[in-house]
Design a protein around this ligand. Sequence first.
Ligand code: TTP
Ligand code: MG
Ligand code: MG
Length: 404
Amino acid sequence: MKLRLRPGRRGPIIRVRALSGFAALPDKGGVIQLQVGEAGASYEVAENATSSRKIIHCDCDCFYAAVEMRDNPALVGRPVAVGGRAETRGVIATCNYEARAFGVHSAMSTMRAQKLCPQLVLLPPDFERYRAASRHILDIYRDYTPLVEPLSLDEAYLDVTGVERCKGSATLMAQEIRARIHTEVGITASAGIAPNKFIAKVASDWNKPNGQFVVRPRDVDAFVKALAVKKLFGVGKVTAAKLARLGVDTCGDLRSWALADLAREFGSFGAALYRLCRGIDNRPVCPDRIRKSLSVETTYVKDLPDLLACHAALPALVDEFSRRFERARDTRPVHKAVVKIKFADFSQTTVECVATAPDAAVWSALLDEGHARRGLPVRLLGVGVRFAEAQRTVHDSGQIALFG
Ligand code: TTP
Ligand code: MG
Ligand code: MG
């Protein structure tokens, strides 16, 4: 049996007429469960409409390369990439759209990029200038709303619900913001405008570069239905390949899967897939997110068969972690070390212990402990740390510290 309740025009409120033997149990993911008392069976009803928020996702075009072209106009019109040199086995961080026409892209080895495009202008990254541009862009966003959630140096979500500028039109706000980034910072950005974060992020890619795309609430259903599943947040190459094997290419295909079947195939990610393919995403925009942890993880193309293979994979993860840890330059003390393991059957476990610094030996011991819990081949490994809670400041404790 399949039940679908359509929300009224005014919003996502679903009214369930009280019938004896039925109970409506809303859950925080936007899925309403109807429980049938006597039979004890339960049916899920998707809440079709997302909330009536207005979200803008803004993402700069070929960000590092754009800053380089701004600062050296002689580069404009030539294929330009930012990245490490081929001799040091470097990779491309990004490249401008002229270089993309040759097939060059982010994460490609520089050696390959130079084969594809021999006239490529290769520049080393200069993070200080990228950070300065990023700060300036964030100031522009905050001129419109305090609800700005940066995702990286070049992109952010803005919640402009109820903002009265531009006659309250998120579309016009996005246009104005992009024009200001162009004149004040000297680079271009693209934007997606939609009722939730997930759709806004997908939409910002639709008219790149230097464009924007609006998905109105009434168009969400059709937009998501036609969307390739590989565009869903969290669906990487491995999951996309698995879905393709199961005959699922679009979100429309995925909708015929019951929640229980998705949970069986994809573990805890199944519930997220169930909601995302229906365009449901109730995550709020969180300004000033304080990083509570830092971790890196890898999903392996072929499962790691045993503990020995997991230990052999550990140094690469530790290296990658060290690079990110340096870059993040977090000043808070480390509180815990964590290892995450996802087994071949998609079951997942995390093991942690108190630690004051990232330490390969500690992660190695945690790996032993976590692996022993299932002893299956491993599809994903992750290592990370949790940071100690920030010290309470005079401001938020209301007290003056007595000792230094
Ligand atoms: P992106 O926004 O993913 O890419 P982009 O801005 O270069 O290009 P697009 O027009 O498609 O948005 O990433 C932002 C910056 O992050 C990018 O300029 C360089 C850096 N980056 C890397 O260093 N490595 C990577 O693999 C990716 C994807 C990005
Ligand atoms: Mg970008
Ligand atoms: Mg980006």
